[in-house]
Design a protein around this ligand. Sequence first.
Ligand code: APR
Length: 307
Amino acid sequence: MPKITIIGAGQTGATTAHWIAEKGLADVVLVDVVEGLPQGKALDLTQAMPIVGSDSHVVGTNDYAETAGSEIVIITAGLPRKPGMSRDELLEVNSKIVREAVERSLTASPEAILIVLTNPLDPMAYLAMKVGGLPRGRVLGQAGILDSARMRAFVAMELRVSVQNVHCYVLGGHGDEMVPLTRHSNVAGVPLEQAMPPDRLAAIVERTRKGGGEIVGLLKTGSAFYAPAAALAQMAEAVLLDRHLVVPASVLLEGEYGLRGIFFGVPAQLGRGGLEKIIEYQLSPAERQALEVSAGKVREAIAALKI
Ligand code: APR
């Protein structure tokens, strides 16, 4: 079995381990600073494997030695948002955590592909690439699958149609300025703009943008984790199985969409080497402008990293 390390055995990290182990995709090493937490969750997951019929091994540790030889390292360590907080307010505290996670995991697994989840997502993915001295193909940020899945879920609920028939694409930074591309989204081939009245579509776009905040507000402590974890597992699977799968993901742009030097959500093809290709949509002037606004926010947050 290939090995996947997950740094941070909190809500998202442990749930990612759950999805990956249940699929039998890889052995999983859960790492956390809290003693006993990764060990306890790993043992619990191990005891679930006979029930779900998977031979994945799950171990928990406070030490990076056991992560050696991982093909993928998923970084979820860090603080989640509190109600009313923006993702950018986590920048300082989570920078330190992500820096340490990258340095220590790459020492143990120098060839690993990194998938970053910790918020604020786009700057944290940028930080991981810089700290690791990695080529852009080896650092992927998870945000777009989640944001698009939120929109897909809302559309499916609105139209009472299977989620499998709903295709939505949310690009841009992982903040409230993200850009749901309604013109490129469709329900069984019917453009979304024809499938529902404009006011309903506008409400879904707004709810998608604030989708993370809605859950933070309901939970009171902590942020969403089931859907973020499912998105991480899908990215890990695309890489490990070399699926050449196109998903919205945060990757370093080098001129694509007219942007350079920032991690930003775009349609990205993922395979064994990580990022294989960026797909460029034809954008309308309004869509381009919305992406520019979102890019400006990401640029500011990356500048605040001071690296
Ligand atoms: N190394 C390893 N683990 C760490 C470190 C560290 N230096 N610092 C903190 N952690 C662990 C915490 O002990 C905790 O178990 O990271 C875990 C984070 O888990 P939760 O608090 O449950 O947070 P979660 O909901 O999983 O969110 C984690 O993902 O979605 C983002 O905004 C969210 O940045 C946050 C991250």
